[in-house]
Each structure stands twice: as structure tokens, then as C-alpha cells.
Unconditional design. Structure first.
Length: 331
């Protein structure tokens, strides 16, 4: 009602005769259904006074209309009247649904503002020994609408609503934004950034790879990679690539979860690919599952015990298992 009164007041204040031209508010660009207005979305235009619903243009019109939503789509240059505006809190528009999307503007020390054209960015996931991760990358270009400094409030169709709602969970983090410079080429900027971020990710992943660029050449068809950290507590002098070792379950004290278990030898292993406490293994799927799940099943990194060449590893394993069991039973 207040909006309509403003419209009527503007009507009589700016028109002395029916056929005079008056300044009115129009859409500065195409506005989709449910779009929440920003100051840049409206502009002034002169029209012949007539029996059309409109809002008279005043210096404070952009600010006064900011935050209202359009009930239906408006083409650029269309008259903006009270009949096409509604408070966003009034709910959905047709099949439009509301979604609030948090945004991370930490890439921009000066911040971003409503109406800025930005790149929406997947922050990526740093690689580690336990996961592949992914490089930072540009998802899409968009204009910030309904932005309050930390989140966007959008009214979108159901399919888009599902996508926006699921985005933070899929990324595992809040999406980031980076403004496109005025007059800049968003597509070219996105391509350049993706290239830089991909290269940085490859360097980061390579730094985690202790076996060098030729490591993947050791894989036979169908084999999968496992990198397993080792506990050298039983090898104070250390171990080296090529050593013959016993792979040892460190066990768990009596009274711990599951009742505990004594330390025991799992198998004899040749350290064909070993560097800085990490054992690299290429294995067929069934063997890969055994290696991949080993630290989780043990509740700790497996231990290694170096043995001399020619050692009867089976006999040594039996003797160690018997000794460790007696020690465990004695508490």
C-alpha cells in the first residue's frame, strides 16, 4: 500500500497535464521472475503520461526499491510498478524457491558488493597421502544479487534450487567469489585461473609423491596405488629401500576397545618402493583393499622390523608372536 501511495504521489507531482512526459522507473536490464532488486537493476526513462502503472523516478528511487523482488519477469526498459513488486519474505514466486547461499570473499581483501560480476569458485581440496583432492577451479560466472556481504538470497526454479542448496556440501566448503574487472573477459580469466590452479595442485600433489615422476611406470595393468606410512619404532636404526622387513600389527593393550590384542607379525615384505617413512605398493584390487584398509583396521600405522637376508621369516614370526603374546597376557 505504501508503495502504491508513493506511485500516486509521484504521478501528480510530476504531471501537470495528461499528455506530458514524466520520469519513471524502468528495468535497467532483463530481470527474471523472483529477482531481488539491487540499485543497478533500475533506471530512469521518460514516457508520455498515461493510464499505466508505474513508479515515478526520484533520486532515491534505486535505494527505496532495493531488496524488493519482481513478481514476474521484466524485459529491459519495462515499466516498474507497484503491481509487479513484492517483499521477498512473501514467499515463492510461481515455481520459484528461496535459497540462501553463503559465499567466501577471502580472495578479495577489498570485498565484493551487490551487482558485482564475479567468478564462482570451487575452493578445491588439498591432496594428501590419504586422498587425491582436487584443484581450485571456476564453476561459473554470475552477478551478485540479494547479497548482504556474506551470502546471496536467491529465488530460483526447483532444479536450480537443488543445485544451489547442495553446492556447499558437494564442495565440502563455502564457494568462493572473485570479481571480474570492469570490461574484463570472464571466460578468458576463468581459463587462465584454472590453468594456474591446476599447475599449483600438480606441484602440491607431486610434493607428496616420494617416489618421483617414474613411480607410475611400475604399475602393471589393473594395479592400483597404495601409499602406506610405517612406524619405525621397532627399527631404531631405520630401514631403507630394498630391505627385507616384517610388517607388524602394533596390537592394542588389554582392556582397550574390543578387548585388545597382542602385537603380531602380519607378513614379510620387501621394501621395493620406500622413502621417508612411506611404503609404496602397486596391487591388484583384492590386495589393494588389504593394504588400503590396513591402518584403519590396526588403528595405527603398521610397524616394521628389519631382518637379515636369508632369514627364515616364518620361524622368526612364530617366535616373535609367541613372545609378544606372553608379554601381552602378563599385562
Amino acid at each position: 500500500m505504501a508503495l502504491m501511495i508513493l506511485s500516486v504521489a509521484g504521478f501528480w507531482a510530476t504531471a501537470a497535464a495528461f499528455d506530458e512526459r514524466i520520469a519513471v522507473v524502468v528495468a535497467a536490464r532483463d530481470l527474471p521472475e523472483g529477482h531481488v532488486l539491487g540499485a543497478a537493476d533500475v533506471a530512469a526513462a521518460e514516457v508520455l503520461l498515461g493510464d499505466v502503472p508505474h513508479i515515478a523516478w526520484t533520486a532515491d528511487a534505486p535505494g527505496a526499491l532495493e531488496g524488493l523482488a519482481v513478481r514476474h519477469g521484466l524485459a529491459a526498459g519495462s515499466l516498474v510498478g507497484a503491481d509487479v513488486l513484492v517483499e521477498p519474505s512473501a514467499g515463492a514466486f510461481g515455481d520459484m524457491l528461496e535459497v540462501v547461499v553463503p559465499l567466501d570473499a577471502s580472495l578479495v581483501p577489498s570485498g565484493v558488493r551487490e551487482g558485482d560480476v564475479v567468478l564462482l569458485i570451487d575452493p578445491g581440496l588439498a591432496p594428501s597421502h590419504g586422498r587425491a583432492g582436487r584443484p581450485r577451479s571456476v564453476i561459473r560466472t554470475l552477478e551478485l544479487a540479494g547479497f548482504d556481504g556474506s551470502a546471496m538470497r536467491l529465488f530460483v526454479p526447483p532444479a536450480q534450487w537443488v543445485w544451489w542448496r547442495a553446492l556447499p556440501a558437494e564442495l565440502g566448503a563455502v564457494p568462493m567469489v572473485l570479481p571480474v574487472p570492469l570490461g574484463g573477459d570472464a571466460v578468458a580469466l576463468a581459463s587462465e585461473l584454472d590453468g594456474l590452479w591446476a599447475a599449483a595442485y600438480e606441484q602440491e600433489a607431486a610434493a607428496l609423491q616420494p617416489f618421483g615422476a617414474g613411480w607410475r611406470a611400475h604399475a602393471a595393468p589393473g594395479e592400483l596405488e597404495v601409499l602406506t606410512p610405517l612406524d619405525l619404532g621397532l627399527a631404531p636404526s631405520g630401514v631403507a629401500q630394498g630391505d627385507l622387513v616384517l610388517l607388524v600389527d602394533p596390537g592394542a593393550p588389554r582392556g582397550s576397545a574390543g578387548g585388545g590384542r597382542p602385537r603380531s607379525v602380519l607378513r614379510a615384505v620387501r621394501l621395493e618402493h620406500y622413502e621417508d617413512g612411506v611404503l609404496g605398493v602397486w596391487a591388484q584390487p583384492a590386495e589393494w583393499v588389504w593394504w588400503k584398509s590396513l591402518p584403519e583396521r590396526l588403528g595405527a600405522a603398521p610397524m616394521v622390523l628389519r631382518v637379515p637376508e636369508g632369514t627364515d621369516t616364518g620361524t622368526v614370526a612364530e617366535e616373535l608372536n609367541d613372545r609378544w603374546r606372553r608379554q601381552w597376557e602378563q599385562g
